[in-house]
Design a protein around this ligand. Structure first.
Ligand code: LLP
Length: 441
């Protein structure tokens, strides 16, 4: 199967569209997504876990463009959300409310009320005070709130510490001991309906036994809840399946499934999964143009027109993103990141150069790669920052009063602008030069 992003005749394509064509029409920097990749990844999870009939709730935060969410809804996915805004987005994109789960440690009364009004599938409850608040809001609305308890199983996902969420020191979920107390409280509170158990231990997990370990840890708790006659229906195993950021990296989804499925079957519960990155990560890239090639005595800088405000992952997680020119004459054909990818340093011959690939923002942390070996590049050439479909545009900001990039969705041989590039007028919307109203302090 062809990878969504691949080289043909020395030219980078997204599905059947040369990315240079998109840049010529839409400009740079631009996020380019392959719709087919998103849809295929949902199906890959459904296939790998078919024995437990999963509901795949796409994690909206990973890449939240309405056009992408719409194709997720059409592909039969539900949605994992963490704010009123994300629920709103999912609904605007055509989500069935009964496929939306709502997590997050700081849910506020009005968000809870909104979610109840919409009829979401369930709240993933992360603390005792949250239980109380949901119950209160539900009582006020004279309704019952569907909930799952998010358990913190104290499992090390072996990933970057900023995206580890299932260890006891992390702020997420309820530890097993307290969760037992919660069961008693849920019974007292009446207007809460416990429908499931939720775990999410972290993100970009490459070791295939971490999820299974987490499920294993909650099995006794599920047993206890059953003994107390709670009619549990779902086990939500969270997201976190890791992807390839470098050539040949990644763990096949089947490797996770083979350890998880027997445990899920043991619970007799229906499975929910909340993948974000697995679906979106390699479904998008950030295409940028070289503004200057700057030589200093120590090193060479490739100064590009995208910056940390567009993609902040290298800056805050020291994340590796594969970077390569969109045109590389003589490069053999092949997918960008698969095991037989042509993007290996060894394919550079004597045309290699070493660059710091940096953006124009006034911080030394504004970089995409440091000391990276790449084909020698010139000003005006296009560079692709791969694996930027997850936590790229969704974490973008307007720092340095830079407009956020345009977003383009490719489907086969066609593409469309799913988000306009922000203009300077967009950037000052809501600000005032002078007071509209003055208040007495
Ligand atoms: N479910 C919950 C409750 C989550 O908090 C997350 C992600 C997911 C599902 C989806 O996780 P995924 O399948 O994408 O790993 N900004 C970071 C990642 C933060 C992940 C936050 N939570 C990054 O760029 O690596």
């Amino acid at each position: 199967m062809t990878e969504a992003f691949h080289y043909k005749g020395g030219e980078l394509f997204c599905e059947n569209v040369p990315v240079a064509k998109i840049a010529a029409r839409v400009g740079t920097p631009v996020y380019i997504y392959s719709q087919d990749h998103f849809v295929r990844q949902v199906q890959a999870i459904k296939d790998a876990f078919r024995d437990v009939q999963p509901l795949v709730c796409y994690a909206v935060k990973s890449s939240s463009n309405l056009g992408l969410l719409r194709s997720m809804a059409l592909a039969g996915a539900g949605f994992d959300t963490v704010s009123r805004g994300e629920i709103y987005r999912a609904l605007r994109a055509g989500a069935e409310p009964g496929t939306i789960v709502f997590a997050g440690i700081g849910k506020q009364a009005e968000e809870i009320e909104y979610a109840l009004e919409q009829g979401i599938l369930m709240f993933n409850v992360e603390s005792e005070p949250e239980l109380e608040l949901i119950s209160k809001v539900a009582a006020k609305r004279k309704t019952e709130a569907p909930i799952a308890l998010r358990i913190n199983p104290d499992v090390d996902p072996q990933t970057h510490k900023y995206i580890s969420t299932g260890k006891s020191e992390n702020k997420f979920g309820i530890d097993l001991k307290r969760a037992e107390e919660c069961l008693k409280r849920i019974r007292e509170l009446k207007n809460l309906r416990l429908r499931g158990i939720h775990i999410h231990i972290g993100s970009q997990i490459l070791k295939n036994d971490r999820h299974a370990e987490a499920i294993d840890r909650v099995l006794p708790f599920i047993e206890k809840a059953r003994k107390m006659d709670f009619p549990l229906e779902y086990i939500n195993v969270g997201g976190g399946f890791g992807i390839a950021y470098d050539v040949g990296q990644g763990t096949p989804i089947e490797d996770f499934a083979k350890l998880m499925v027997p445990l899920i079957q043991k619970t007799g519960l229906k499975m929910i999964s909340e993948p974000g990155r697995f679906i979106s990560g390699n479904g998008g890239l950030l295409l940028t143009q070289v503004v200057y090639v700057k030589k200093s005595t120590d090193k060479d800088f490739l100064i590009v027109d995208a910056a940390m405000n567009d993609l902040i992952r290298p800056t805050i997680y020291q994340a590796f993103h594969k970077i390569w020119p969109a045109r590389h004459p003589g490069l053999k054909d092949g997918g960008a990141l698969g095991s037989d990818s042509p993007l290996r340093d060894g394919n550079l011959g004597d045309k290699a150069a070493v660059y710091d690939v940096v953006g124009p923002i006034c911080e030394s942390g504004d970089y995409f790669a440091l000391g990276r070996k790449l084909p020698r590049m010139n000003e005006g050439e296009l560079v692709a920052v791969f694996s930027a479909g997850a936590y790229g545009q969704s974490m973008a900001s307007n720092y340095n009063t830079r407009g956020r990039a345009a977003e383009v969705i490719v489907h086969g041989s066609e593409y469309w602008v799913a988000r306009d590039r922000e203009t300077v007028e967009d950037l000052i919307r809501g600000e005032r030069l002078t007071p509209r109203e003055v208040f007495q302090g």
